[in-house]
Write a protein that binds this ligand. Structure first.
Ligand code: BES
Ligand code: ZN
Length: 808
């Protein structure tokens, strides 16, 4: 049957309302510096001091379910506590005596989640019985195929910055430190590891699987509570260091991390005793969204640092440094994030210097300095608000502040202070700083007060540093010390030689380290002819490199040049790991060109299911940014619909006909706002589906209904005027015009109510009689005679195989 579909359903519009809930405190300029705008908690009234988890990991349901017992410290007279949650199902809340406590979940804020307000019992802890969502943003549930061993599933969490609330109902603010304990039940063949002391390394058999118990006796910010469950093996590296990974990976990881124990020793010499007991590293599956995450006692790390030559272990120096800067002394709010990352980046290079020498550490300083320059360009230049260290995050996700600025501008500031006061004095200050604030969360203002009273006591010294400019102003102040590295001279020279036309195979690249290759690639001119890229690839095998950093740099360059031969390597790389630092810029690059967009969408569609939510949340904003919004409406104006999107140029109509698998036609509707490339893409899309697209503009009814509706209405009018009977008119049009069916059969198919509705829309638009409803149509609809679907219309369908014309 060829029946036009008159569906008045606009395609679902992917337009999320961006309202924020009324639960947040008013956003005024008078927010105290230590008030965390990314938490609903009101710690001055009641604060969580300890969390005891009892959770079971269900890999089939992709949920953690069980309870969290929260110890609460409260101000006298306070009757309730506010917790942070996101995507959690709360079953019940009880007091220590088991009595139910009243609780309420507030409205959902897209960034913050939902506050959980609980009535406090007169004393004792509160127990929240809950379950996580399979989509909990912190958690990634991996199928066996996404692991190295391919035979067991895997689960891991990523809490920083505000994702812990998607798996634990607690006060999720870095200023609210909590000790924790946990009992985690997992399938018997798996092992659980947490950022805590392991009380049962081998687990204990229970009725529902194997249970692992943990204890963290130091108060930590909740973003550091972390879990991993999988087929995990362990190798010891030193008296207090070791590595966890899947059995297939652990041997290689142990070799790669051979220097871990000496790194801890070097860090202690610099920063004071390591207070956490063990320092282990867990190597995760390749979807882990970060290079590393400093979960206490067990750093989580990407397998992309397993280069085979220890060349990427500076990442461990970084995460280890967080044991002091970040975990011992923590940013009180996410605007103070630079206190975590700036200190850590500075210390990371000091550790590298202690373990591998100054020349090598300087290489990292130079590469970091360059990363900063590239980042500032990406942020829109030196005047960008995001170049401020104490960053303004009002109304934003703290993730937006995680740029290279807190890392590298922060480290540059500390480097400048070191140089100004002298290393000896600065090192003494650092040690004392960590001691003074150990196990505390501090704000930028507290740091300023601290350094002023303990190091920069001489006002003129502070003035030469321009401390406040560095922290509260945009740009990099001119007194920054630009790092230099003699070890990179040759790589720079060889890049210049190549730029001048030297053959790739004549370049001196013997014994280059990963960092020299990186520097060489970064120093190449911004545009090169494709033959020159081919020559580089042939001489140095970049597309086949195993080293993720070098491969990334090469692919970055290849996309900019649309260097086709590297595209298979690009696809492999994007499909084989999900580290955001690598995948974001590559998708970003691709989305800048037409050919790249198509490529990006295809690759992302395949890769997205394998990525962690941290990565997809970022990439969704990049790859889908230019989604095409297409509506299948035939009567609502497309232009009217597009007013509900901020991207009207991306809106078109794609009007299919019923039954869709049989009907070849698609009307491709252009509005006055549609961008040409969007319209062309929609047209090509229809073609790719095997349809015959026709172009039309956004006038109600488009082509088919514009001509068909007056014809159908005229048939009714002809019947009203006695021109012919229902079956005679039907037969006449069928046989006289070669139509597949007559107008009344068609009307009954489409539905008289539907037709009646469309006459209104069309008459409203054109104010012409030919679109107006004949009186008979109106009466039939009022009588409930809608055609085939109601059993009665122009025909009677009591015997559906043999419809009889009605007498009207
Ligand atoms: N703590 C960060 C990772 C992080 C930052 C997670 C912000 C969530 C929000 C970690 O210490 C880090 O900086 N990792 C870097 C590696 C480092 C060597 C610069 C990374 O993942 O690339
Ligand atoms: Zn870090």
């Amino acid at each position: 049957m060829r029946i036009p579909l008159w569906l008045f359903l606009p395609a679902a519009l992917a337009v999320a309302a961006c309202t924020s809930s009324g639960e947040k405190p008013p956003m005024t300029e008078t927010i105290p510096a230590d008030r965390d705008i990314h938490s609903y908690a009101r710690p001055w009234e009641a604060r969580v001091t300890h969390v005891a988890l009892d959770l079971t990991a269900d890999f089939a349901a992709k949920t953690l379910a069980g309870s969290a017992v929260l110890d609460v410290q409260r101000t006298a007279g306070v009757k309730e506590i506010v917790l942070d949650t996101k995507e959690l199902t709360i079953e019940r809340v009880t007091g220590a005596d088991g009595a139910a406590l009243k609780f309420a979940l507030g409205t959902l804020d897209p960034i913050l989640g939902r506050p959980l307000t609980v009535e406090l019992p007169s004393s004792g802890a509160i127990t929240v019985v809950y379950r996580t969502s399979p989509d909990a943003a912190a958690l990634q549930w991996l199928a066996p195929s996404q692991t190295a061993g391919k035979s067991h599933p895997y689960l891991y969490s990523q809490g920083q910055a505000i994702l812990t609330r998607t798996w634990i109902p607690t006060q999720d603010s870095p200023g609210i430190r909590q000790t924790y304990a946990a009992r985690i039940t997992v399938p018997r063949e798996l092992r659980a590891v947490m950022s805590a002391e392991q009380l049962t390394p081998d687990g204990e058999d229970g009725p529902n699987g194997r249970a692992f118990r943990f204890r963290m006796t130091h108060a930590i910010p909740p973003y550091l509570i972390a879990i991993a469950v999988g087929d995990l093996a362990f190798r010891s590296l030193g008296p207090r260091t070791g590595v966890y990974a899947e059995p297939a990976v652990v041997g290689g990881a142990a070799a790669e991390f051979a220097d871990l124990e000496s790194m801890v020793t070097a860090a202690e010499a610099l920063l004071g005793p390591y207070l956490w007991g063990r320092y282990d590293v867990l190597v995760l599956p390749p979807s882990f969204p970060f290079g590393g995450m400093e979960n206490p006692m067990v750093t989580f790390a990407t397998p992309t640092i397993l280069a085979g030559d220890k060349s990427l272990v500076s990442l461990l120096a970084h995460e280890l440094a967080h044991s002091w800067s970040g975990n011992l002394v923590t940013n009180a709010t996410w605007s103070d994030f630079w206190l975590n990352e700036g200190f850590t980046t500075y210390v990371e290079r000091r550790i590298m210097e202690a373990v591998y020498g100054k020349a090598r550490a300087d290489v990292f300083r130079v590469l970091g300095w360059r990363d900063l320059a590239t980042e500032i360009d990406r942020l829109g230049g030196m005047q960008s608000k995001d170049t401020v260290l104490h960053v303004d995050l009002k109304g934003r996700d703290p993730d937006d502040g995680a740029t290279q600025v807190p890392y590298e501008k922060g480290a540059a500031l500390l480097g400048l202070i070191e140089q100004t006061v002298g290393r000896e004095k600065f090192d003494a200050y650092l040690k004392d700083y960590f001691k003074r604030h150990e196990f505390q969360s501090i704000t930028t203002a507290q740091f300023l007060a601290d350094i002023r009273s303990h190091l920069l006591t001489d006002k003129s010294v502070e003035a030469t540093i321009r401390l406040e400019d560095w922290i509260f102003q945009t740009a990099i102040p001119v007194n920054a010390v630009q790092p230099k590295a003699a070890q990179l001279t040759e790589a720079g020279e060889q890049a210049a030689a190549f730029a001048r036309g030297a053959g790739a195979s004549t370049l001196r690249t013997k014994d280059w380290s990963t960092q020299e290759w990186l520097y060489f690639l970064q120093e190449l001119p911004p545009t090169l002819p494709n033959e020159r890229l081919a020559a580089l690839d042939k001489a140095f095998g970049f597309s086949e490199r195993r080293n993720a950093e070098v491969l990334f740099e090469w692919l970055h360059m290849a996309i900019r040049h649309h260097y086709q031969p590297a595209m298979p390597a690009l696809e492999r790389f994007l499909l084989s790991q999900g580290r955001r630092k690598f995948v974001r810029p590559l998708f970003d690059d691709l989305m800048k060109t037409d050919w790249g967009k198509a490529e990006a969408k295809l690759i992302y569609a395949a890769a997205r299911p394998g990525y962690h939510a941290v990565t997809t949340q970022t990439l969704d904003g990049i790859v889908k940014k230019d989604a095409i919004f297409a509506s299948n409406t035939s009567s609502i104006s497309i232009t009217e619909l597009l007013t509900s999107t901020k991207r009207p140029e991306r809106f078109v109509g794609l009007h299919f006909f019923n039954p869709v698998p049989l009907m070849k036609l698609v009307e491709v509707v252009r509005t006055i706002a549609s961008a040409s490339d969007v319209y062309d893409a929609a047209y090509e899309f229809a073609k790719k589906l095997g349809k015959v697209p026709v172009r039309t503009s956004d006038k109600t009814g488009f082509i088919v209904n514009r001509l068909l509706v007056p014809y159908l209405l005229d048939a009714i009018r002809a019947y009203e005027e006695g021109v012919g009977s229902i079956d005679d008119i039907d037969n006449a049009m069928k046989l006289g015009c070669g139509y597949p069916m007559g107008p009344f059969t068609l009307l009954d198919f489409v539905g008289l109510d539907t037709t009646y509705y469309i006459t209104h829309v069309m008459y409203d638009e054109f104010k012409e009689r030919r679109f107006s409803s004949p009186p008979l149509l109106k009466r039939m609809v009022m009588a409930g005679w809608y055609g085939r679907k109601s059993g009665k219309g122009f025909y009677d369908y009591s015997d559906p195989a043999n419809p009889k014309p009605n007498k009207l």
